[in-house]
Design a protein around this ligand. Structure first.
Ligand SMILES: Cc1cc2nc3c(=O)[nH]c(=O)nc-3n(C[C@H](O)[C@H](O)[C@H](O)COP(=O)(O)OP(=O)(O)OC[C@H]3O[C@@H](n4cnc5c(N)ncnc54)[C@H](O)[C@@H]3O)c2cc1C
Length: 361
């Protein structure tokens, strides 16, 4: 018996996108823009969409839990930028061209490495990008709490994805847009040995702690975007002076600061409070605190990552209908993830069209 016999068959061609971070969301949007009739399912292991993009607005303060900027030139080059009319929503980061600092032995000095391009964010933080993109998903079946465990090829070259809850989904094409370990598991289930190299992608844990103070409690002028801590042994790796870097992210009279702590499960709040007390002299209790833990944070690629991904791409050419996207493979920046999702979406649509012509012949 063909394995697909036990799975409900859809009347229309189906594309499954596994992973609803910004790469998977961008893939789904691109597929729908190019093909208004195929079925699209966007499945994610988590309870919410957006993956490493998360945030909140607290008492009028914008709290980015993960990413807080996008490289403007790259974001503008994505299809998503025009399709979602993002131009009207973006705001320029660091409009006052403030310097960034480095902390060495507790002393702040101006950083010699300054990014000269345009950095963008959104009025309600980078999470707004996910909110707007998700609102634009049209006729897309979204499944949350859906942990994909394996993918299996059917006799007629379709793909069945098996989920941890015992359900399965049959698709004509499948896009894998998940972090490296999960991608390795899924691609290995398809007998793609080149996927083994994904094991070498590291994911250091990070915690971000955002705190707000009444400006009267902060004597320092905070005339900068923040600083990087140069000692690798320091528990706090960086501090962003959010209300200076993005003045629209905090109401007048409120100072917003975000600290990056290496690792998770630590007393990150105390660590950041101690850091802020020592560099800015702020000892008053914050008005509020928000903590985001990223047990597997920003991917760090091995030196031969590009070669590994290229070899993986070659291997996947022999597995028609399976595509890859996202920060595991093609760059960690949000616009890179969007671009990669869009490319995978386009490839899946092209594949579907070629297949339909073949089947009709
Ligand atoms: C603290 C922090 C700060 C950052 N700052 C910036 C910044 O300022 N600018 C910038 O451009 N980038 C920044 N980044 C990086 C950027 O946010 C990420 O690289 C990008 O959002 C990753 O998108 P993605 O779609 O590739 O993957 P993810 O966002 O990791 O999404 C992958 C999705 O796959 C799901 N998944 C995992 N396993 C499975 C499975 N088995 N089945 C189904 N679903 C699964 C996950 O739940 C997740 O939703 C930052 C990241 C962090 C953590």
């Amino acid at each position: 018996m063909d394995v697909s016999d036990s799975v409900e068959r859809n009347a229309r061609p189906e594309i499954l996108v596994i992973g609803a971070g910004i790469a998977g969301i961008a893939a789904a949007l691109r597929i729908r823009a190019l093909n208004d009739s195929c079925g699209i399912t966007l499945a994610d292991a988590a309870a919410r969409l957006g993956g490493k993009i998360a945030g909140d607005v607290v008492d009028g303060c914008v709290v980015d839990g993960g990413a807080d900027v996008c490289i403007g030139s790259k974001l503008r080059a994505t299809s998503l930028f025009a399709a979602l009319s993002l131009g009207a929503r973006v705001i320029r980061v660091n409009p006052d061209n403030l310097p960034t600092y480095e902390s060495r032995d507790g002393e702040l000095c101006k950083s010699p490495t300054t990014f000269h391009g345009e950095l963008l964010t959104f009025r309600e933080g980078v999470r707004e990008l996910v909110d707007v993109a998700c609102a634009a998903l049209s006729d897309v079946t979204v499944r949350t709490n859906a942990v994909a465990e394996s993918i299996q090829r059917t006799d007629d070259e379709r793909w069945i994805t098996h989920f941890a809850d015992g359900t399965s989904l049959l698709a004509d094409a499948t896009i894998v847009a998940v972090p490296a370990r999960a991608a390795m598991t899924l691609l290995s289930s398809l007998a793609v040995p080149a996927a083994k190299t994904l094991e070498e992608v590291a994911y250091p844990a990070t915690t971000t702690v955002t705190m707000a103070w009444d400006a009267d409690d902060v004597q320092s002028s905070l005339a900068g975007t923040g600083y990087l801590v140069m000692e690798p042994s320091s528990a706090v790796s960086a501090c962003t002076w959010t209300s200076s870097k993005n003045p629209t992210h905090a109401p007048r009279g409120i100072v917003l600061v975000r600290g990056y702590v290496r690792g998770c499960g630590l007393d990150a709040v105390s660590l950041v409070r101690a850091e802020v007390a020592s560099t800015l002299g702020v000892t008053a209790p914050p008005l509020f605190t928000r903590v985001y833990e990223w047990p597997a944070g920003i991917p760090v690629y091995p030196p031969d990552h590009d070669r590994n991904v290229s070899a993986l791409g070659d291997a996947l050419a022999a597995v028609p209908g399976i595509f890859i996207a996202g920060s595991t493979f093609h760059g960690i920046g949000i616009p890179d993830c969007i671009h990669s999702g869009e490319c995978a979406g386009e490839s899946a649509v092209t594949y579907l069209a070629a297949r339909q012509i073949e089947e009709a012949a």
